[in-house]
Design a protein around this ligand. Structure first.
Ligand SMILES: [Zn+2]
Length: 405
């Protein structure tokens, strides 16, 4: 019976499938024939989990799905200027604020402040406000009629993300992925043999000496990187393992086409002259390949000569390309949202339907231009809303929810 390459457990029908490239990295290919469920679970909650955490920010910024097609993780409680914001799964920022505050003034009156992201949200607060003041919901609405309100839209301040990839745990996860991939080609017996002993230990228990001697950062673009990007998107993840004549087995692990690692899986005595690659496209997880090494013949000599000499220059160049993509997609998403919002406000559901009323046309153009300009300049867009209009809008949404109840 086939045994796990990391321990001696037997592999069975019930063995849990291992994602060769992590699901978080857009990996889809799994295997039940290399490592056992116990090892899989152990890695999942330690070294793989570390990689998942490291890439969460980038996935949210660039909107990169998991292999299973799940949206990127939400990022919570980020400092943005003097505000705290969350970045939702779809990358939309939301302000983290106290929804309302009630302050009793000396003359017995109340000062009530409500901050809500939408009128629906504000409507949900009404019963709570009533309870806190000790009056009916109708009375709260009555009070609000004489209130002043404003609708403020503004771009969040810069959020400083510390992007850090690597470290001993993450590199062990990369080595594990490469070794599991290699085992699917050369077999478990080979990978369980002496030449791979050190890398197996490194994956299972960590080994600083191994990390120093046999793991190297590599900031070079892959040969034919343009072709790879064309096929698998700007942010592909790739494992490429290749051995030479002497059975020296090296792995090249490229993460999001931003940074790579060179890992020596066996110094000599492994299966000679073989190669295998696996690539994912987190922008489009259905597009991936495990035959990439047949199509892209990357030299052993190239793979085995990592270069991190111009680290600063190259890493910066690659990160800048990433950020440009982020800014562009983010901007067009925001502008689409503003347009849709303005159209909806004028009761137009389908933006492609011609607006015939010249008065409405004028208002729409006016509002969209003002909001676009505010957005471009990073200024808040403020629209004053009189109290009776707030109450009218609140009543409209309250009526809706009563109907559905
Ligand atoms: Zn095992």
């Amino acid at each position: 019976m086939t045994k796990c390459i990391f321990c001696d457990n037997d592999l069975t029908e019930d063995t849990k499938p291992e994602h060769i490239l992590l699901n978080a990295l857009g990996g889809r290919k799994t295997t039940k024939r290399v490592d056992c469920s116990a090892c899989n679970n152990e890695f999942g909650s330690t070294i793989d989990d570390e990689v998942g955490k490291q890439v969460a920010i980038l996935r949210n910024m660039l909107q990169l799905d998991s292999g299973g097609g799940r949206a990127p993780p939400m990022l919570r409680n980020l400092q943005s200027g003097s505000d705290i914001i969350n970045l939702r799964n779809d990358g939309t920022p939301e302000l983290v604020v106290k929804p309302f505050s009630v302050r009793k003034l000396e003359d017995g009156r109340f000062e009530l402040q409500i901050t809500a992201k939408s009128i629906d949200e504000a409507a949900r607060y009404i019963p709570h406000i009533a309870a806190q003041i000790g009056c009916s919901e109708e009375q709260v609405l009555e009070i609000l009629k004489s209130a002043t309100g404003s609708c403020v839209e503004r771009r969040p301040d810069t959020v400083h993300h510390a992007l850090g990839f690597g470290g001993p745990l993450a590199v062990r996860s990369a080595a594990k992925s490469a070794l599991v991939l290699w085992a699917t080609l050369v077999g478990n017996e080979d990978v369980k043999s002496q030449p791979y002993e050190q890398v197996r230990n490194f994956v299972v228990a960590g080994d600083e000496a191994f990390n120093q001697a046999r793991v190297h950062l590599d900031s070079r673009y892959l040969p034919q990187s343009d072709r790879l990007q064309h096929r698998f998107g700007a942010f592909f993840n790739l494992i490429y393992v290749r051995s030479n004549e002497a059975g020296c087995v090296v792995a090249h692990f490229t993460m999001y086409n931003i940074i790579s690692w060179h890992i020596v899986l066996a110094e000599e005595g492994g299966t000679p002259n073989a190669r295998l690659g696996l690539i994912s496209n987190p922008l489009e997880p259905a597009v991936w390949s495990d035959t990439i090494a047949d199509e892209f013949d990357i030299d052993f000599a190239w793979l085995d000569s990592p270069d991190y000499a111009d680290e600063f220059l190259r890493a910066r160049e690659r990160l800048e390309a990433t950020m440009r993509h982020h800014v562009e997609t983010q901007r067009s998403r925001e502008l689409n949202r503003i347009t849709a919002d303005v159209f909806a406000k004028h009761g137009i559901v389908n933006e492609h339907e011609p607006v015939t009323d010249p008065e409405v046309q004028r208002e729409i153009i006016w509002e969209i231009s003002r909001r676009f300009a505010s957005h471009a300049l990073g200024l808040p867009y403020v629209e004053d809303v009189p109290g009776d209009e707030i109450v009218a809008r609140l009543n409209a949404v309250r009526g809706k929810s009563d109907d559905s109840a």
